[in-house]
Design a protein around this ligand. Structure first.
Ligand SMILES: Nc1ncnc2c1ncn2[C@@H]1O[C@H](COP(=O)(O)OP(=O)(O)OP(=O)(O)O)[C@@H](O)[C@H]1O
Ligand SMILES: [Mg+2]
Length: 256
């Protein structure tokens, strides 16, 4: 049975997609069978991992899978050990479908039910969540065994953290009692900036060991990967991915 892990925070541009993509890539490279689920209508994870136009996947996406409550027919191969359930803009219509046409009784369980038929095929299912606390995020957290919460070292993001953790508790209480907080991951840290280190220090004081010891610094090569695709060829690739390697090791320890 695959372990399902979601990457979320309701703030935009906080490294959710980048972290989901790189974690999926590294786990697949290490021989684990991975399904990446793009659960954001921006389709950034789809574009990042497949290096294709997201509209190539129109009508073969997570949205159609949700409507059939079966991911299997909509899974696309990316590379050895790595598959994706893709997304494009229309995934935003999930909410209106949910309240107008969904035949079931629990609108927060649809993604969980959709992934159920394929859970046995994977070691890990990683879900990239959108920057809000709407139906997609509630469904994503309900489908998750573990949640990784992103903390960009930026003041707005720190303020969002408490609310995200409250949402997690609400999901745990109402729809997914087994949900476990894997940890808070600090990303895009600029160690030379006092404010960034102050935000990390505050997070460590407030949330102690919930914060992953691994920290992801800001690096231009990481951003370049979004246009070149993920590679582990040059020294620069290895150097850029090393902090994520440390994070993945720590994550594997926590989700054992
Ligand atoms: N460690 C890093 N170093 C440099 N740039 C990074 C790093 N992590 C992410 N980025 C860049 O920051 C931007 C936002 O990252 P990303 O798309 O992963 O955030 P997100 O939380 O998924 O955003 P959204 O909320 O819009 O879905 C992207 O341009 C990405 O390439
Ligand atoms: Mg994203």
């Amino acid at each position: 049975m695959g372990t399902t892990i979601s990457f979320g925070i309701q703030k935009g541009g906080a490294g959710k997609t980048t972290t989901t993509a790189i974690t999926a890539f590294l786990l697949a490279q290490s021989g684990k069978k991975v399904l990446a689920v793009d659960f954001d209508s921006q389709g950034n994870l789809t574009q990042f991992l497949t290096q294709r136009n997201i509209y190539d996947f129109t009508e073969q996406t997570a949205l159609e899978a949700l409507k059939e409550q079966n991911a299997a027919p909509y899974i696309h191969p990316v590379s050895t050990n790595l598959d994706i359930l893709p997304a494009e803009d229309f995934l935003i219509t999930f909410s209106s479908w949910l309240y107008q046409k969904y035949p079931g009784t629990d609108p927060s369980r649809v993604l969980k039910d959709t992934l159920e038929p394929v859970k046995d095929r994977y070691d890990f299912i990683l879900i990239d969540l959108p920057p809000n606390l709407g139906d997609h995020t509630i469904n994503g957290l309900t489908a998750s065994d573990f949640a990784v919460v992103m903390l960009q070292s930026e003041p707005f993001c720190h303020d969002a953290l408490d609310r995200y953790l409250e949402t997690l508790q609400a999901v745990k209480k109402k729809t997914n009692p087994d949900l476990i907080l894997a940890g808070i991951l600090t990303v895009m840290l600029d160690a030379r900036t006092t404010l960034d280190t102050a935000i990390l220090d505050k997070a460590r004081r407030d949330y102690e060991d919930v914060v992953f010891h691994s920290v992801i610094k800001r690096r231009s090569r990481i951003k370049e990967f979004t246009v070149t695709g993920l590679q582990l060829v040059t020294k620069a690739d290895h150097d850029a991915l090393e902090p994520y390697n440390n994070f993945v090791k720590e994550l594997l320890e926590r989700v054992k």
